[in-house]
Design a protein around this ligand. Structure first.
Ligand code: PGA
Length: 256
């Protein structure tokens, strides 16, 4: 089985000015020991307006820069949107796609997620495709069918030879920002299902090599048990990534 490098990502959502974000990034690097983090890939996704400032701070480190969304066209008359090439130009290596807040508030669909994934891959950005069921869907026993549709529709017709850079973030909507974490067993069950689905769609070796990370109220107190699960390859961290100290503790989960 291929070794999957653990991936710990911070999603700063709509928090922090450019100066605040740069300061937090500096603080994080100071705590992690500038570029010497080994055995884990770390990514920060600040707001668009802070990408440049944070990118400059991260430039001499191994911490990667990511964006929180991307539009699917290469350029054009799309007021207010940001193109994938613009993100790559600022040094982004990753981009979150289809976060549940985008789906909930901004009309993101599995079809638009698919278009954004293609655009990201075209420009060498690694897509972090976010999927997950709502509380009502879980209660109705629809978790697996929802995940099935999100994966199948989001990855339909993706023919890029860069698809291997894809990361999947399983984020049960009921666990995001609520303090309710899925238990490690619940998360593992969903991750195992997702890996099985990837195997069905893209083959066993693709599935075995693809990182599937968990998101939803991850904190220093639950990261260790999550990471102990065989199909959990990392975390997408919202609230607990806003403070360098807490995020650094999550990144260094092995030291706990
Ligand atoms: P949370 O957010 O860690 O604050 O629950 C996770 C996310 O939205 O990616």
């Amino acid at each position: 089985m291929p070794q999957r490098m653990p991936f710990i990502a911070g999603n700063w959502k709509m928090y922090k000015t450019a100066a605040e974000a740069a300061r937090t990034a500096q603080d994080l690097l100071a705590r992690l020991g500038l570029g010497t983090i080994s055995g884990v890939e770390v990514m920060i996704a600040p707001p668009y307006t802070a990408l440049d400032a944070v990118g400059r701070v991260l430039a001499q480190s191994s911490v990667q820069l990511g964006a929180q969304n991307v539009f699917w066209a290469d350029e054009g008359a799309y007021t207010g949107e940001v193109a994938p090439g613009m993100l790559a130009d600022l040094g982004c290596r990753f981009v979150l796609i289809g976060h549940s807040e985008r789906r909930q508030y901004f009309g993101e669909t599995d079809e638009s997620v698919g278009r954004r994934i293609s655009a990201a891959l075209r420009h060498g950005l690694a897509p972090v495709m976010c999927i997950g069921e709502t509380e009502a869907q879980r209660d109705a026993g629809q978790t697996f069918s929802v995940l099935d549709k999100q994966i199948t529709d989001g990855l339909r017709n993706q023919i890029s030879d860069r698809l291997g850079t894809l990361v999947i973030a399983y984020e049960p909507v009921w666990a995001i920002g609520t303090g309710k974490t899925a238990t490690a067993d619940q998360a593992q069950e969903a991750h195992r299902f997702i890996r099985g689905k990837l195997a069905e769609l893209l083959g066993d070796s693709f599935a075995a090599a693809t990182r599937i990370v968990y998101g939803g109220s991850v904190k220093p107190g639950n990261i260790v048990e999550l990471m102990a699960m065989p199909d959990i390859d990392g975390a997408l961290v919202g609230g607990a990534s806003l403070k360098a100290e807490t995020f650094a503790d999550i990144v260094r989960y092995r030291a706990q």
